[in-house]
Design a protein around this ligand. Structure first.
Ligand code: NAD
Length: 218
């Protein structure tokens, strides 16, 4: 059994992760850390093999460093913070994904491929209006992958924040007399759970930490 604690357990994503871990036959939910529950991360670390962090951009880095120092692997879904300090963190592994949905991983891959062949592109990312960071981690990662594939600069990103949305992105590419649109929609947070559980199962065996992107585990 993999002992899993969740940081941000009272949040939209954290609560969904708790349910998913609870339902996984090879995992045991050993702790729910969240200031909203009055439980500090330090309290749940001793009983955990892996921490899953879906918190806030201003706390995810400190949380991750605390996990690694305690020898606990960490799977990070929180977006909008600088990963650089994690490159020197030793003691346990760190896995980060700006998007845990398989459809979003495919969207990024297809967009990078398309960017090699079409003249210009722009990214429109759309999220619920409680999201703290803009542009989204997924959009930034898509832009990086497209730039690396095409050898051109990163495409511009437009951010939409509205109630009713969950997590959506369109990559629109244009060329002579034609456009191509690649679109992904997460219409429910369960879309992220197979990816999160896969990362929990694999984070202990990754060779170079931190590892960024679900595509490396597929
Ligand atoms: N990687 C992905 O696939 C993916 C998907 C959806 C959302 N996200 C990201 O996940 C993060 C969380 O999103 P959300 O919608 O669940 O937000 P949310 O605001 O609903 O939940 C965040 C929770 O973290 C708690 N928290 C704050 N500081 C904490 C700390 N120090 N320790 C533990 N818990 C703490 C808050 O009390 C809150 O309950 C955001 O950064 C969002 O962009 C990533």
């Amino acid at each position: 059994m993999i002992r899993v604690a969740v940081a941000g357990a009272a949040g939209r994503m954290g609560a969904t992760v708790c349910e998913a871990v609870d339902g996984a036959p090879d995992m045991e939910l050993t702790g729910r850390a969240d200031p909203a529950l009055g439980v500090d991360l330090a309290e749940v670390l001793p009983g955990a093999d892996v921490v899953v962090d879906f918190t806030r951009p201003d706390t995810a880095l400190a949380n991750a460093l605390q996990c690694v120092e305690a020898g606990v692997h960490v799977v990070i879904g929180t977006t909008g913070f600088d990963l650089e300090p994690l490159r020197v963190a030793r003691g346990a592994n760190v896995f980060v994904a700006p998007n845990f949905a398989i459809g979003a991983v495919l969207m990024m891959k297809f967009a990078a491929e398309a960017a090699r062949h079409m003249a210009k592109a722009e990214i429109v990312e759309l999220h619920h209006d409680q999201k703290l960071d803009a542009p989204s981690g997924t959009a930034k990662r898509t832009a990086e992958l497209m730039a690396a594939a095409s050898g051109d600069g990163e495409p511009p990103i437009h951010s939409v924040r509205l109630p009713g949305l969950v997590a959506h992105q369109e990559v629109i590419l244009g060329d002579l007399g034609q456009t191509l649109t690649i679109r992904h929609d997460s219409i429910d947070r369960v879309s992220f759970m197979p990816g999160v559980l896969l990362a929990v199962r694999r984070v202990g065996e990754i060779e170079h930490s931190p590892l960024v992107g679900l595509e490396h585990l597929l």
